[in-house]
Ligand binder design. Sequence first.
Ligand SMILES: Cc1cc2nc3c(=O)[nH]c(=O)nc-3n(C[C@H](O)[C@H](O)[C@H](O)COP(=O)(O)OP(=O)(O)OC[C@H]3O[C@@H](n4cnc5c(N)ncnc54)[C@H](O)[C@@H]3O)c2cc1C
Ligand code: FES
Length: 316
Amino acid sequence: MTDNHPKLNKGPFTAGVCANKKIGESFYRLGLVFEGEGGQVFAKAGPGQFAQIDLAEVGLPPAEAIPEGLADASRRQILLRRPFSFCEVSVKDKKTFVDILYCVVGPASLRMMGLSAGNRISIIGPLGRGFWMPEGKKAALLVAGGMGAGPLIHLAKNLTCEQPGLKVTVFAGAKSAKKLPFKKQLDGVSQELGFSLGEFADYGITSLVATDDGSAGYHGPVSDCLRQWLNEHSLAGKDGIIYACGPEAMLASVAEISRQRNIDCQVSMERRMACGIGICQSCAVECRLEGSNETVYKLCCKDGPVFDSKEIAFSG
Ligand SMILES: Cc1cc2nc3c(=O)[nH]c(=O)nc-3n(C[C@H](O)[C@H](O)[C@H](O)COP(=O)(O)OP(=O)(O)OC[C@H]3O[C@@H](n4cnc5c(N)ncnc54)[C@H](O)[C@@H]3O)c2cc1C
Ligand code: FES
C-alpha cells in the first residue's frame, strides 16, 4: 500500500540568526531564518511543537553579561541539544522566520544569549504534537505561566487567522510585572485587570495579567484569575476550550478548573529531554487509562508535549 502521508525530514537544519533581543528583566527573543528544505519544513511548525537546538559549539557571552548565579553553570559542558518551542512562525520571500522566546537558566540558554545576527545554529524539528484546533467552540481561553507565553503567542495568531469567529482571551501570569515575558513592560501601568499586551493586541485579543506579588493586574495565581473570570462570564462548558502552558502546578489547577466546568482543555507538559524523538525514554509523563484507575507512561517528546488535560495524572 502506498503511503500518502510521507514523513517530513526533521533535519538537522542550519538556521541563521537574525536577531536576539532582550525582553524585560529575564527574557530574550531569538529570531531565526531558514532557507531551502529547512524553510519548507519549519513553515509547517505548529504552536506547541518544539525544536532541539545544538548550542554546544556556541561561545559564552562576555563574563560581565553572565547573570549572577550562573557563573558555575557557564562552565558546564553541553552534551545534549535543548528543546525550545516557537512564539512566531512566518514565511516571506521563500524564507521561514521562527522566533523563540527564552529565559536564561543554565549553560545552553546562556550560550543562546550570546548569539547575534549572522551566527548559524543546528536545529532538529519541528518535533512532537502541538496544540490542535478547536471544533465547534465559541471561546478559547489561553492561560500562560511565565515562559509558557511563547507557544501561546504562536497559538493566538493561528486561532485568529484560522477561526476568525472564535473569541480569544489570554490570561498571562508571572511572579511580578518585571517577570512577564512581553515586549512592553508594565511598570507604572494601571493596576486594573485588563491589559493590552502587544503580542496579543496585534491580533485584536484581550489579555489579562496576574502577578504573584500584585505588581500588575490580578494579585494571585493566574489560575485564580481564570476562575474569577469564569465566575463573572457565562460560558457553557461545551462552547469553550482552554489552552495552557506553564509550570506543572499551574497546569494541574487549570486542568481541575476545566474538569469542574466541563470545558475541554489542552496542556503543554515539560520534561527534561535527551533525544526529543521517542528513543531514550527520559521524558515520561504519567497518564490515566480512560475508564480505569490505572495509569500508563507516555512520552512528552512524541505523544506530547501537548496532551488533553483529562489524560494527565497530575501528582499532588
Ligand atoms: C517541549 C519544551 C519546550 C520548551 N520551550 C521553551 C521555550 O520556548 N523557552 C524557554 O526558555 N524554555 C523552553 N523549554 C525549557 C528549555 O528546554 C530549558 O530551559 C533548557 O533546556 C535549559 O537548558 P540550560 O542548559 O540553559 O539549563 P539546564 O542546566 O539544562 O537547566 C537549568 C534548570 O532548569 C531546569 N529545567 C531545564 N529543563 C527543564 C524541563 N524541561 N522541565 C523542568 N525543568 C527543567 C533544570 O532542572 C535546571 O534546574 C522547553 C522545554 C520543553 C521540554
Ligand atoms: S526525550 Fe528521548 S524519548 Fe523523549
